[in-house]
Design a protein around this ligand. Structure first.
Ligand code: PMP
Ligand code: GLN
Length: 380
């Protein structure tokens, strides 16, 4: 057995959801909404399933979805992508795997930021890459030039960036993006940008793509997910966008991972990406209300909530909240004693973890959030 995988545990998302199911806890751990998602997008998926072909679509994605992704980013982010530069994948998770396997060769160094999404490190290691980790800290979780300089080397190949950032709910700011762009250009590195949360941003913020910065168009892989854009996390339709010299190699890795993605879901994603701005604004406003409801309730219970600018998540600062437990102990206490599942943020660190923060998902119906708050009135 490959020791890289034999040594891995089950991801924290699956582990916490399984415990929530087993104990009847309210699941504010794994990030998924408990609503139905947009009815017209669901209807288009059902229509396509019944009326269109259910045989293999083209390997790089249906022409309609590739075009819809390019048009969508032109309209919403001012990017000048061609449909031919978009490769459709089975979720952003597959895009990450395909792009890492395509671009990282043994001994290449990959700069990543902790807290990091659980899939990144096992994939980079499986590709033979060497992780160079920049540690971010609460409450700001900011990237500095000094921290980047400390992980640079002549073997730097890739910078893997997640913005908006899961689990912190922060957005990488313009100054930090400029630092990263300078870094990539100076080291002739490729930027892989996991932007699955690009539409789930609050308080009127506008997502900014690293690809739009000067000099980055030709050296960025931009990854997105229909699951997040349409609040349908089980759909597993994603994509990766890059200039032809890169995307042609990404396609080669993709063809031997999944080859293709269900055609009816591609049709529905293509339809949904063309929805008018009102849909996206409405989705953001809804999640923002949920964020404020949970944050307000937790504040009233004496918890200190770190600011959440994006994603489905907010976090609690345990030390500032007067909880004398580390994050894992608190998350265990909360699921067993109060009946609410959360995610300890130390799970997003490979080394030297921040242990005083837990992540909660607010993408839930009001009644679910209110029940969780009632339960959380019991504090350790
Ligand atoms: N990257 C990040 C940062 C995520 O939060 C998620 C899922 N929440 C993914 C990738 C995976 O996306 P998908 O479900 O489309 O594979
Ligand atoms: N991205 C989701 C989260 O952060 C989980 C995805 C998964 O379970 N793999 O909660």
């Amino acid at each position: 057995m490959n020791p890289l995988f034999a040594g891995l545990g089950t991801t924290i998302f699956e582990a916490m959801s399984a415990r929530a199911r087993a104990t009847g806890a309210i699941n504010l751990g794994q990030g998924f909404p408990d609503g139905r998602g947009p009815e017209d997008v669901l209807a288009e998926a059902a229509r396509a399933l019944l009326e269109d072909s259910n045989q293999y679509p083209p390997m790089a994605g249906t022409p309609a979805l590739r075009q819809a992704v390019a048009d969508h980013y032109r309209m919403h982010q001012g990017l000048d992508l061609e449909a031919s530069e978009v490769i459709v994948t089975s979720g952003a998770t597959e895009a990450l795997a395909a792009a890492i396997f395509a671009l990282v060769t043994p001994g290449d160094e990959v700069v990543m930021f902790q807290p990091l999404y659980d899939a990144y490190l096992p994939l980079v290691r499986r590709a033979g890459g060497i992780a160079r980790l920049v540690r971010l800290e609460p409450p700001g979780w900011r990237i500095t030039a000094a921290a980047l300089a400390a992980v640079a080397s002549d073997r730097t190949r890739l910078v893997l960036l997640n913005s908006p950032l899961n689990p912190t709910g922060t957005m990488i700011g313009p100054d930090e993006l400029a630092l990263i762009a300078d870094f990539c250009i100076a080291h002739d590195a490729i930027a892989m940008c996991d932007e699955v949360w690009e539409h789930v941003v609050f308080d009127g913020a506008q997502h900014q793509s690293l690809m739009a910065l000067p000099g980055m168009r030709e050296r960025t892989v931009k990854i997105g997910s229909a699951g997040k854009i349409f609040s349908l996390t089980g759909w597993k339709v994603g994509w990766m966008c890059a200039a032809p010299v890169i995307s042609s190699v990404l396609a080669k890795a993709h063809q031997f991972l999944t080859f293709t993605t269900p055609p009816n879901l591609q049709a529905a994603a293509a339809y949904g990406l063309g929805k008018d701005i009102g849909y996206f604004e409405g989705m953001r406003a809804g999640y923002q209300r949920s964020r404020d409801r949970l944050a307000g309730g937790l504040g009233a219970l004496g918890y200190v909530v770190l600011p959440s600018a994006a994603t489905y998540f907010l976090s609690l600062d345990l030390a500032a909240s007067g909880v004398a437990m580390d994050d894992v102990t608190f998350a265990n206490w909360l699921i067993e004693e109060a009946g609410v599942a959360t995610i300890p943020v130390s799970a997003f660190y490979a080394a030297d973890p921040v242990t005083s923060v837990v992540r909660l998902c607010f993408a839930k119906q009001d009644a679910t959030l209110d029940s969780a708050l009632e339960r959380m009135a019991k504090r350790p």
